[in-house]
Write a new protein. Structure first.
Length: 337
């Protein structure tokens, strides 16, 4: 009788003392024994399995299938559909339905194989040798100095060193380079601009020195030039004295009587060394020779921020009485504080 499903073999025939043993019964026992011996695996490797080899589940420290002289290294069952390989009583391989997990370094043909969370891969092996994105990019980048750019030549990504001060990035249509803008680079058309740096635009001191030829003059600084008027306007001295629309830098007007005014300046001069020019005329006198003249009164007050103006008529070459001229034009030059 062969082994049962559990591999247990039983003897077909048993014998009792002092009874006859028949050849058939005797031969049946030995036939079964011969069959099961043939069905066993020979130690010298002659046998070939015809069915699955069932081993004990084992554990990581005592695997179910081991070499005869190394009892803590071999195969064991971790769980359902999960096989482990132990070495020296520790798991080195975990095989499951979701994949294969290796404990420790993995190499193929002597070369290390990258494992997530493992050792950083060297640049020579296709990695960066670094463990963060920034450090990895820095390791691969050809840039070496602050301000460097990365560009591509005919075949490779290369370093373009930072340019000299006040140069811009230009291209000849093939490769970029640093250079200054020259007249040939500027064509007719609208030039859009951003706010210019302080070193490029004129300061008050630059304008007052009136010597620089290599800086730009913004509208808010041009009046600081000594040859540029600081204030001016057209005063109507009749009625309530006031400047006509369009004056520049002129303030309030004080009426001190016929033809006598004190005008204020919006911005004071540095001192009283400023100067002015002007004219006056009457536009409401018809049919007579009458021209207005602007003059500072003989007792005229002059401060850094106010100036006295006197208007009078002239006829036949002689000065007449004070009059409220309808147009008294004036312009001032000097040094602002």
């Amino acid at each position: 009788m062969p082994r049962n499903d559990s591999g247990v073999m039983s003897i077909p025939n048993t014998f009792v003392d002092q009874t006859t043993i028949t050849a058939g019964a005797h031969n049946t026992n030995w036939s079964d024994a011969a069959s099961e011996i043939s069905n066993s695996v020979a130690l010298d490797g002659q046998s070939q399995m015809s069915g699955p080899l069932k081993i004990a589940s084992g554990t990581v420290t005592a695997p179910g299938l081991v070499p005869g002289s190394d009892l803590d290294t071999g195969l064991y069952r971790i769980g359902g559909d999960n096989l482990g390989v132990a070495c020296a009583g520790a798991k080195v391989l975990d095989i499951g339905t979701t994949g294969l997990d290796v404990t420790g370094a993995l190499s193929a043909g002597g070369a290390a194989v990258y494992k997530s969370g493992g050792t950083d891969v060297a640049i020579a092996d296709g990695g960066t040798g670094q463990s963060t994105a920034t450090a990895g990019f820095n390791a691969l980048s050809p840039a070496t100095t602050r301000g460097d750019l990365i560009t591509r030549d005919a075949s490779n990504n290369v370093r373009l060193a930072i340019g000299a001060a006040d140069t811009v990035l230009k291209t000849n249509g093939t490769d970029p380079s640093w250079a200054k803008i020259v007249a040939a680079n500027v064509t007719d058309g609208t030039l859009t601009h951003a706010k210019l740096a302080s070193g490029v635009t004129a300061t008050q001191a630059n304008m007052e020195a009136a010597s620089a030829t290599d800086i730009l003059v913004p509208p808010g600084r041009q009046h600081f030039h000594p040859g540029h008027p600081k204030a001016g306007g057209n005063l109507n001295g009749s009625g309530t004295p006031a400047f006509a629309t369009g004056d520049y830098g002129m303030g309030a007007v004080t009426d001190n009587g016929v033809g006598n005014y004190v005008v204020a300046l919006d911005t004071a001069f540095a001192d009283t060394n400023y100067w002015c020019a002007g004219y006056a005329r009457c536009t409401d006198v018809v049919g007579s020779v009458q021209t207005g003249v602007m003059s500072s009164g003989s007792d005229g007050a002059k401060t850094a921020s106010t100036f006295q103006v006197k208007g009078f008529t002239v006829g036949g070459g002689s000065a007449g009485a004070n009059t409220d001229n309808t147009e008294i034009g004036m312009m001032f030059w000097g040094d602002y504080a």
